[in-house]
Design a protein around this ligand. Structure first.
Ligand SMILES: Cc1ncc(COP(=O)(O)O)c(C=O)c1O
Length: 446
């Protein structure tokens, strides 16, 4: 190390300290950022620079659905980069055409034509613009407990507190209550009828209702069976489109291809990213029905990016979707997801600080409480944008100390492992969570 380079500080190694000095941490008070250098990832595990190994019980940011050793995807990227690393979106590649065709096949209903971008955020931006262009209306209705992305359009339709710093955001966004039986005063089916009334009161000026079919980072909120079908009916009754944001819930996470499939709903527009490539490349996708696609035959689709349909990214996407199919990973997620659900229910029975365990497939939430009768949360919405740690963070840290990485947000631990996880690996991570939940049990008396 030369004299000019920053000395390792605060327990960080040289890479971590340099990174902290020169790279912004996302959604963070920068003084609290403590990056961990990861040197290797394989199967459902990753290894840090000290050689410590962790079970990835949240697929990083609920995106590494294929785990960290998807050879077909790795090879497809390398081959594509060797053949033609980049061509502009006016050209095409075999993988781009085939992935478009494949997405039309695996998504529900008449969804048939895709716009490619590079993130979930951009997929949502495209959905907002397409819904507005197609309907000629401007307003987008979304819900309070939601996350749809970081740029101005997508953060404006986001309901969670990360939105607040960017307000007022784009005009024409309205927020509705959520199907959150455990933590809201409204019953989920009352909340959907409230949306009906909202659209009525807006005088049918809403272009689209945009929802995560199963809410992800805001707590794994699974609506009742009849919720999403009713929401589609309400949207159409009021001349609005139903846009489902499958960025987190897509690609087998729920034990079905998409969250909408859990409820048998065919949306008008669907957004995807994360599991689309299993996070091997940044790729977002916005797919629309034949009817919406046809609208743009003679009306300009006024949208695009340099990296729309980036060859390496779509090559990864095609190989990833083929891997889901060839390895039957969607069915597998459903089966192993049952096992995961049983193991989590068992934790919930034994730990008084677990308020509710919920979810489907390999998409599970464990909501914590200091008082189960009153359902008092340990973490509040405001904590998401405040300094310091909550008891929920402490539980996640205790699991990490025992070799299991689990994400958490506000008041819920988010368990979303790679679809390739085995029952033995689940047991290993559940043992770590079991010990970690003693932290929240103990905190009930604080
Ligand atoms: C439902 C949903 N939509 C959109 C996004 C934004 O995706 P990205 O972070 O790839 O921009 C996320 C990210 O977590 C998400 O969960």
């Amino acid at each position: 190390m030369s004299e000019q380079e920053p000395a390792p500080t605060d327990g960080l190694n040289e890479v971590e300290a340099t990174d902290r000095e020169h790279v912004f941490g996302t959604w963070s008070f920068q003084s609290e950022v403590r990056p961990t250098e990861v040197t290797h990832a394989e199967g459902v595990r990753f290894t840090d620079a000290d050689g410590e190994e962790f079970v990835d019980f949240s697929s990083q940011l609920m995106c590494s659905n294929l785990g960290h050793s998807a050879e077909k995807v790795e090879d497809a990227i390398a081959e594509q980069v060797a053949d033609a690393a980049y061509v502009s979106p006016g050209y095409t590649t075999e993988a781009r055409a085939k992935l478009g065709e494949k997405l039309a096949a695996v998504t529900p209903g008449d969804l048939s034509k895709t716009f490619f971008s590079t993130s979930g955020t951009e997929a949502v931006e495209a959905a907002i613009k397409i819904a507005r262009f197609y309907t000629g209306k401007q307003k987008i209705l979304s819900r309070y407990r939601s996350y749809h992305g970081a740029t101005y359009g997508s953060i404006s339709v986001t309901g969670d507190p990360r939105r607040l710093a960017s307000e007022p955001g784009i005009p024409g966004t309205i927020k509705a209550p959520d199907p959150y039986a455990y933590g809201s005063t409204l019953d989920p089916m009352e909340s959907v009828e409230y949306i009906d009334e909202m659209l009525e009161l807006e005088g049918d000026t809403v272009a689209a209702i945009l929802v995560e079919p199963i809410v992800g980072s805001n707590g794994i909120l699974v609506p009742p069976e009849e919720y999403l079908p009713r929401l589609k009916e309400i949207a159409h009754d009021h001349g609005a489109l139903l846009v489902v944001d499958e960025v987190m819930s897509g690609f087998g996470r729920t034990g079905e291809w998409f969250g909408a499939d859990v409820f048998g709903v065919e949306p008008d527009i669907m957004t995807m990213a994360k599991g689309l490539t299993g996070a091997y490349q940044p790729l977002g996708a916005t797919i629309v029905t034949d009817e919406i696609a046809a609208h743009f035959d003679d009306k300009m689709l006024c949208h695009g990016h340099t990296y729309s349909g980036h060859p390496a990214a779509v090559a990864a996407g095609l190989a990833a979707v083929e891997t889901y199919e060839e390895q039957n990973l969607i069915e597998r997620a459903s089966e192993v997801g049952e096992y995961l659900g049983d193991r989590i229910d068992d934790l919930a029975d034994r730990h008084p600080s677990v308020g509710e365990a919920r979810g489907v497939g390999l998409f599970r939430g464990i909501e914590l409480t200091s008082d189960p009768d009153e359902r008092v949360p340990f973490g509040e919405r405001a904590d998401k944008v405040s300094k310091g740690t909550t008891v929920v963070d402490e539980v996640a840290a205790a699991a990490y100390d025992r070799g299991t990485y689990v994400a958490n947000m506000i008041n819920t631990l988010i368990v979303a492992p790679p679809l390739t996880i085995t029952e033995d690996e689940i047991d290993e991570a559940i043992d770590a969570l079991d010990a970690a939940l003693d932290v929240s049990d103990d905190a009930m008396d604080r």
